[in-house]
Design a protein around this ligand. Structure first.
Ligand SMILES: Cc1cc2nc3c(=O)[nH]c(=O)nc-3n(C[C@H](O)[C@H](O)[C@H](O)COP(=O)(O)OP(=O)(O)OC[C@H]3O[C@@H](n4cnc5c(N)ncnc54)[C@H](O)[C@@H]3O)c2cc1C
Length: 349
C-alpha cells in the first residue's frame, strides 16, 4: 500500500516513522525542512499525569504518549539519533491553599492508577529547589512521570529514522488538493492508496471541499530562551499559573508560553502578553530576571473550532483520506496516540 502524508510536523513525522515499517510512505511538506510551523515553536512538555483528565480517551491518549516516548528515546539513541530531553519530572506550584484539595484528590487517583505523584509543602519545595521564590502558603504537586522532549529534534530524528526505513521526504512541496487516488501539488499529481492530512493549520484549506471541513483557529504562543551562569543539579520542569520553565541543561532554559487568541482575522504577538510572561516567570524563578536572553519566538497552535482537540477521522465524503490535525496545546504529547488511531483506520491494529 502506498501512503502519502501531507505535512511534516511532529504528527506527520511520527506517522512516517510508524507507517514506513510496513508501507511505502511519501511525505510532502511545503516548507524546506521539518518542524517549521507549530512543532518548531513548542516546548515539548509531556503533561499527562498532571492533567486533570482521569478517564476516557483523553486520559488513555496521554498515557500512550508518555509510554511511547519512553520506548522511542532509547530506540532512536541506539541508531545514533539522540534527542534532548528532561527526565526530572514536573513540579506544579499551587499558590492558593484553596486549590490544594483538588490536587490531593488527583494524587490519590493517580497512585491508584499506578502513576507516582507527590504533594510537597513550601519547606519541601525550597529544600529540593532552593532557586525558587515562593510564599509560605505555596505547596506543589510533583509528577515524576511527566517530562519533556525537544520537539524539533524529535521530529528531525523521526524523519531520519523513517528515511532509513525507506520513507521518501519531499520538501518545498505544497499540496494543493487531496483526492481518493492521491494529491495534487504544484509539481504534479502524486498517486497514493491512502492520503493522511497532518498539515496542522494548513489542514483547514485541504479539507475545505469535504463534507466535514475542519475549521481551525490559530492560537498564538510566545516563548523565551534564557541562559544563566550557575544552574542546579536537580531541576524538574517548573510550572506556575500556566507559565512553564523548562531546563535544557547547561544553564539554558525555555520559558513559555502565552495563549493569545486572534482579534478579527489577525493574531499578532502582543507586547503586554510577552511582558506578563516574563514577569510571572521572574516572580517564582528570580534568577531569570538577570539572565541573558538568547532568543524569543512565537508560534501558532491549531485549535479546532467547536470540537475537542485533536481531530483524527476519515475525511467526510472520501474513502481513502484520513485527517489527523487540530492538536492545539498537546500535539507533541498526543502524536503517538494519533499514530495509533490512524493505524487502526488502516487496519493495522
Ligand atoms: C508556543 C507553543 C508551545 C507549545 N508547547 C507544547 C508542549 O509543551 N507540548 C505539546 O504537546 N504541545 C505543545 N504545543 C502544541 C504543538 O506544537 C502542536 O499541537 C503540534 O506541533 C501540532 O503538530 P502538527 O504536526 O499537527 O502541526 P505542525 O507542526 O504545524 O506541522 C504541520 C506541517 O504541515 C505543513 N503544511 C501545511 N499545509 C501544507 C500543504 N498544503 N502541503 C504540504 N505541507 C503543508 C506545514 O508547513 C507544517 O510543517 C505548543 C505550541 C506552541 C505554539
Amino acid at each position: 500500500m502506498k501512503i502519502v502524508i501531507v505535512g511534516c510536523g511532529i504528527v506527520g513525522a511520527t506517522l512516517a516513522y510508524e507507517l514506513s515499517q510496513n508501507f511505502a510512505v511519501q511525505v510532502l511538506e511545503s516548507r524546506s525542512s521539518p518542524a517549521q510551523e507549530s512543532t518548531g515553536a513548542a516546548l515539548g512538555l509531556l503533561m499527562g499525569v498532571i492533567s486533570q483528565k482521569v478517564k476516557g480517551r483523553a486520559w488513555q491518549w496521554r498515557q500512550e504518549g508518555l509510554r511511547y516516548y519512553q520506548r522511542l528515546l532509547p530506540e532512536l539513541a541506539a541508531i545514533n539519533l539522540p534527542v534532548l530531553h528532561n527526565h526530572q519530572g514536573l513540579l506544579k506550584l499551587v499558590a492558593d491553599p484553596a486549590d490544594l484539595a483538588k490536587w490531593q484528590s488527583l494524587a490519590e487517583i493517580r497512585i491508584q492508577q499506578g502513576w507516582p505523584m507527590e504533594i510537597w509543602s513550601a519547606a519541601q519545595i525550597l529544600d529540593r529547589c532552593p532557586f525558587l521564590e515562593i510564599s509560605d502558603q505555596t505547596s506543589a504537586v510533583y509528577s515524576p512521570a511527566d517530562w519533556q522532549i525537544h520537539p524539533a529534534q524529535m521530529t528531525r530524528a523521526l524523519v531520519q529514522a523513517a528515511a532509513r526505513q525507506g520513507a521518501g521526504f519531499h520538501w518545498n512541496t505544497n499540496v494543493l488538493q487531496v483526492t481518493d487516488g492521491g494529491v495534487d501539488t504544484a509539481m504534479g499529481f502524486v498517486a497514493a492508496d491512502r492520503v493522511i492530512i497532518t498539515a496542522g493549520l494548513g489542514s483547514s484549506l485541504l479539507t475545505a471541499k469535504s463534507e466535514q471541513p475542519l475549521e481551525l483557529m490559530p492560537v498564538l504562543g510566545q516563548a523565551i530562551h534564557y541562559r544563566l551562569s550557575g544552574f542546579p543539579d536537580f531541576h524538574p520542569v517548573v510550572t506556575s499559573n500556566d507559565v512553564h520553565v523548562v531546563p535544557l541543561g547547561g544553564g539554558e532554559y525555555w520559558v513559555g508560553a502565552t495563549v493569545e487568541f486572534p482579534v478579527g482575522t489577525e493574531v499578532i504577538p502582543s507586547a503586554e502578553s510577552f511582558a506578563e510572561l516574563q514577569s510571572n516567570a521572574h516572580k517564582f524563578f528570580p534568577a531569570l530576571a538577570t539572565a541573558e536572553i538568547l532568543a524569543t519566538w512565537s508560534g501558532l497552535r491549531p485549535r479546532p473550532v467547536g470540537r475537542p482537540a485533536p481531530v483524527v477521522e476519515r475525511l467526510g465524503g472520501y474513502q481513502n483520506v484520513i485527517v489527523a490535525a487540530g492538536h492545539y496545546r498537546n500535539g507533541v504529547l498526543l502524536a503517538p496516540a494519533t499514530a495509533g488511531i490512524v493505524q487502526e483506520f488502516l487496519g493495522l491494529e
